[in-house]
Design a protein around this ligand. Structure first.
Ligand code: HEM
Length: 118
């Protein structure tokens, strides 16, 4: 069955202790509880990132493929951000400027003017 659990920021934040330590990496949630003592990078870093999106710190370390394989086994679901951490949409930079009326006629005149040079 495709019964994938989805974790919101709050769901994830509920697992922020050594007794239940979840973290998100690349949009996926991992239960690292049983891995805390085995992590070659130490337990402190995992506890620091517990209940959070640890994508940046995980990638900063440059973890090996082996690390990613271990992670794969700890997968518990998908991470669904609530959007609050995303940048608000800005209308100014993305909205195309309206073309002033008569612009095409103007540019047509410009073209014939330029053509007149040759
Ligand atoms: C599911 C999550 C994680 C797994 C399975 C994991 C696994 C591993 C493994 C296997 C290593 C040994 C080196 C390698 O193979 O790359 C390692 C090292 C390390 N990890 Fe993680 N890790 C996880 C999350 C994190 C997070 C969130 C941090 C946060 C900063 C972190 C920091 C480190 C550090 C600092 C090292 C030591 C690097 C070194 O001494 O060379 N890891 N980890």
């Amino acid at each position: 069955m495709s019964d994938v659990k989805t974790f919101t920021t709050a769901d994830l934040a509920a697992h922020c202790s050594k007794n239940s330590l979840y973290l998100a990496v690349g949009g996926k949630v991992y239960d690292c509880t049983d891995f805390i003592d085995e992590h070659p990078g130490g337990e402190e870093v995992l506890i620091d990132e517990a209940g959070k999106d640890a994508t940046e710190s995980f990638e900063d370390v440059g973890h090996s493929d082996e690390a990613r394989e271990i992670m794969y086994k700890m997968y518990v679901g998908e991470y669904q951000t609530d959007g609050s951490s995303q940048k608000p949409k800005s209308a100014s930079s993305t909205t195309p400027k309206p073309i002033p009326a008569g612009a095409s006629a103007d540019s047509g005149r410009l073209v014939s003017w330029v053509k007149g040079w040759f």
